[in-house]
Write a protein that binds this ligand. Structure first.
Ligand SMILES: C[S@@+](CC[C@H](N)C(=O)[O-])C[C@H]1O[C@@H](n2cnc3c(N)ncnc32)[C@H](O)[C@@H]1O
Length: 341
């Protein structure tokens, strides 16, 4: 236990000093680091009524440094090296603001992107031995621009519902999918928070959520949203989460830096906070293991795809080369099958 009156260095554990050392190496100004340290000490003490431990202070310091790093836009990405990946720092908001939605649509929904096509093909491959996806009603949950749902419609899925909390996203998704509706495929849209989607139980054979679940504020929220996805799924139906993960291995950090080097500059400031906010594999496992209505589940690293010559051509035509890096060790797959009853 430490008292608020002690001088600053004596309140810092060895791990806290290590964090500061890394941040200094990544170019944080000493006066800024002093300011961050003082504010972490004060926050920890005010939360624990002056009785914060060194570990409490380290945790506040780590969170504060992570916020600063997430908001840095240094072109050489050196800030990433000072981030403490054992700590999750949530995004500022869950649902995108109108400005974020517009930037995301402009940056990510371009004609030659293969990002969602690769995932749709992966999902198709998974279900092929069991009758395929051509009879499935699919929810593209937290769909953003709705690219994934459109890829499923292209692959012959009879109906897709696009869901997001941002009306800018659902309007865009509806407009872009209108052509499929004209040719008789089911296209629906629902705008709501992911924890309360106003549709009946068992509406979908498959709920898929791509690179969005990391937006959730906490593990508690992850649990609630997973329950909601399972509620919407038919008995024996599936929920698939494809997302980034947060890890601490050297390979993870190297792959992440490589990925960000291949990311459009305007998207980098949106993407770094996403990795800092991503849930770890173990965090997913703790949630999945606690849900009552799951028959089977798995949490695994995302495996890179085996590309046909035609897909190699499509990938080569995508100006964003980073999509082929969105696999192990920086992304994971969660697959849950709902119980029969
Ligand atoms: C990073 S974007 C990804 C969009 C899309 N799935 C993709 O892969 O391009 C995250 C999306 O999740 C939505 N979102 C985040 N939290 C949400 C929540 N609690 N309820 C509904 N939508 C949410 C945001 O509005 C945003 O459109």
């Amino acid at each position: 236990m430490v008292k608020q009156t002690e001088s600053e260095p004596s309140q810092l554990s060895r791990r806290a000093r290590k964090l500061l050392g890394k941040a200094a190496k990544a170019g944080f100004d000493p006066s800024v680091l002093r300011e961050i340290t003082n504010s972490a000490i004060n926050d920890a003490h005010s939360q624990d009524r002056g009785r914060a431990t060194r570990e409490d202070i380290r945790s506040h310091l780590g969170a504060e440094l992570n916020h600063r790093i997430a908001n840095r836009t240094d072109p050489d990405l050196s800030g990433l090296r000072s981030f403490d990946f054992t700590m999750r720092v949530p995004e500022r908001t869950e649902t995108f603001t109108p400005t974020e939605a517009r930037i995301y649509i402009d940056g990510c929904d371009y004609p030659k992107t293969v990002d969602d096509l690769l995932l749709a093909l992966e999902v198709q491959g998974r279900f092929n031995p069991d009758g395929g996806i051509r009879n499935m009603r699919v929810l593209d949950a937290m769909c953003g621009p709705g690219r994934l749902g459109r890829e499923f419609l292209d692959l012959g899925v009879p109906s897709v519902t696009f869901h997001d909390g941002s009306e800018i996203m659902t309007t865009h998704a509806r407009d872009q999918a209108a052509i499929y509706a004209e040719f008789g495929q089911g296209v629906d849209v629902v705008t709501s928070s992911a924890d309360n989607i106003p549709l009946p139980d068992g509406t979908f054979d498959l709920v898929v959520c791509h690179n969005s679940i990391h937006q959730l504020a906490s593990i508690g929220r992850l649990r609630i949203v997973m329950q909601e996805f399972l509620r919407l799924t038919v008995p024996r139906g599936h929920v698939i989460i494809a997302d980034y993960q947060r890890a601490t291995t050297p390979g993870f950090l190297e792959s992440l830096e490589e990925r960000l080097r291949y990311t459009r500059p305007e998207i980098v400031p949106l993407l770094i906070p996403s990795f800092i906010a991503a849930f770890s594999g173990d965090e997913f496992r703790s949630v999945l293991g606690s849900l009552p209505n799951i028959e089977t589940w798995s949490v695994t690293d995302a495996k890179p795809p085996i590309l046909t010559p035609q897909m190699q051509q499509r990938v080569a035509e995508d100006p964003v080369k980073g999509h082929l890096m969105d696999y192990s060790p920086i992304s994971l797959r969660v697959i849950a099958q709902k119980k029969l009853a």
